[in-house]
Write a protein that binds this ligand. Structure first.
Ligand code: ZN
Length: 242
């Protein structure tokens, strides 16, 4: 099966639609959370994701705050502003969809979560030390995460203790070696100094994981953010991928 693995759309419909078109037909879609927050299109993004065939979808921290499952005070002031705006903006149907999302899912061979297997909603895996510790918190050969908005692979070394990391470029194709923690990067707000939308394609039979980047129309998203009165800093950062 060919699966689109994607995360952190953050209510950016233009980036999401560009990625779906770029990836082409897939057998399934695995979304690692944060459908909303930061961006101007929460209803359109949730609607689009809900309609994807063979969807597996995880709850992110911005989604959890939107449905009041976690405290909004845990976020910085500008992020809080957008979460409050999102709460007022999204339909009941879309709110119910967010409420239905689990924080962690186990499929054959893969554990899917937003932050980390140790702390699914909040923990950022940004270094090898944190990654190494997290290998003790899942049993599958592979764990898929989002949350940091940075595409990366951590894998156990031959000695079995240290996690190494590969920072993939666009179209990097990796044969998965058990055990690994993989992050496809962010569709709607990349933070690795590359403003292009990030996603990955997983071949579950061949165990191949291919990283992709695709440019999208950033000014159109910035215009909608401005119109909605969302924080300027979040609109500007899209240009820089940071
Ligand atoms: Zn996020």
């Amino acid at each position: 099966m060919k699966i689109l693995v994607f995360s952190d759309i953050h209510a950016n419909l233009t980036a999401l639609e560009t990625v779906l078109a770029d990836a082409g037909d897939m057998d399934g879609y695995w979304c690692l959370g944060d459908l909303v927050g930061y961006g101007p299109d929460p209803n359109q993004v949730i609607k689009c994701v809900r309609q994807l065939p063979n969807l597996v979808c995880i709850l992110g921290n911005h989604d959890a705050a939107t449905i009041k499952k976690i405290e909004i005070e845990a976020f910085n002031e500008e992020a809080q502003q957008t979460i409050s705006w999102t709460q007022k903006t999204i339909s009941k149907e879309n709110m119910d969809f967010l409420k239905s999302l689990p924080a962690i899912i186990e499929t054959e061979n893969f554990t899917l979560t937003h932050g980390s297997p140790r702390h699914p909603i909040w923990e950022y895996i940004l270094d090898t030390r944190t990654a190494t510790q997290n290998f003790d918190y899942f049993d599958n050969p592979f764990c898929l995460i989002g949350h940091t908005h940075i595409p990366v692979i951590y894998f156990l070394s031959d000695e079995g203790s240290l996690a190494n990391l590969i920072l993939p470029n666009s179209h990097t194709k990796v044969t998965l070696s058990p055990r690994s923690i993989l992050n496809p990067g962010s569709i709607g707000q990349p933070r690795d100094h590359d403003p292009r939308a990030a996603y990955a394609i997983l071949d579950t039979e061949e165990l191949l994981f291919e990283f992709h980047r695709v440019p999208y129309d950033i000014p159109s998203v910035q215009k909608r953010m401005e119109k909605a009165g969302l924080p300027q800093r979040h609109a500007q950062r899209l240009e820089f991928g940071w």
